[in-house]
Design a protein around this ligand. Structure first.
Ligand SMILES: Nc1ncnc2c1ncn2[C@@H]1O[C@H](COP(=O)(O)OP(=O)(O)OP(=O)(O)O)[C@@H](O)[C@H]1O
Length: 260
């Protein structure tokens, strides 16, 4: 198995605070992971480590067979698709949906004078169609609903044909319909054998798409449990992670949780 992510005894410390502590974690090339944890558990820190935004204080962090700190991060980043919470702030007013997706091929936000190949345009449109957004290809990004924007962001993240797809709370802020649409699309992606390995961060089990293969539970920077989803997404482990007795129900590949 090729390890897409290989963290060995990783810690991240800021002052006297351990943001991550003793993390050992491997992601395989066909894995679909969900990372769950309460506010402040360290989920965003973990994603920022994977994108090379920050480095381990101790331990070894391997991503796509490269060791963080020993690889040029600008060579690594194009191999990773990121759907972040802050991306929308960087999109210029007036950027069209199609241009936003096609410009990922050049790792830029906002088209300027790049010359794109016909192939790039076709790929961008095929991705927009896959996420139900082709009809809106000529709309400006700023006029889309939150759910539509998320679908465009995922299309953009896949434009570079990444080897690892990172999704940071993709359903946050969406209404019920928007969330359900997105979870369905993420479920299709998870089921696609040609799709890259993925790591999705969320607070809510309702946002876990069907087809997730593995789960990692974080609490105060430490791993509560990690492994196959059916072994990790259990009432005792989830209750420990969120510090309250939970009732967890799984039905037709989807989860719901509430306090006991
Ligand atoms: N530079 C820093 N110095 C000190 N503490 C920090 C720093 N950056 C983050 N933290 C703390 O580290 C902890 C983990 O933060 P992180 O953003 O990774 O959590 P999270 O699980 O993503 O939380 P949320 O679900 O609220 O987004 C938090 O308690 C945060 O306040």
């Amino acid at each position: 198995m090729v390890a897409v992510v290989d963290l060995v005894d990783v810690s991240v410390r800021r002052g006297s605070t351990m943001l991550l502590d003793g993390i050992n974690w491997q992601v395989g090339e066909s894995d679909r992971w969900v990372v769950l944890g309460a506010n402040g558990a360290g989920k965003t820190t973990l994603l920022r480590l994977l994108t090379g935004d920050l480095y381990p204080t101790t331990g070894m962090a391997g991503v796509l067979d490269e060791v963080l700190g020993a690889v040029n991060i600008f060579d690594l980043r194009p191999r990773i698709g990121l759907v972040s919470q802050t991306f929308q702030e960087r999109v210029p007013r007036g950027e069209t949906v199609h241009d936003l997706v096609v410009s990922a091929a050049y790792a830029v936000v906002g088209r300027w004078r790049e010359e794109y190949e016909g192939f790039d345009h076709e790929r961008a449109d095929a991705l927009l169609e896959r996420f139900g957004m082709l009809e809106l290809r000529d709309r400006t990004f700023g006029t889309l609903s939150s759910g539509e924007r998320k679908r465009v962001e995922i299309a953009r993240a896949l434009m570079v044909d990444p080897e690892l797809l990172l999704l940071d709370e993709p359903a946050s802020g969406l209404d019920l319909g928007g969330r359900e649409n997105l979870v369905r699309l993420l479920g299709h992606l998870a089921a696609d054998a040609a799709a890259p390995a993925s790591v999705m961060v969320t607070h809510h089990v309702e946002e876990i798409p069907p087809g997730i293969t593995h789960a990692l539970l974080l609490k105060k920077g430490r791993i509560v449990a990690s492994g196959p989803a059916r072994e990790v997404l259990t009432e005792p482990l989830m209750s420990e992670t969120f510090d309250m007795p939970l009732r967890l129900v799984m039905s037709q590949g989807r989860f719901t949780a509430r306090a006991r």
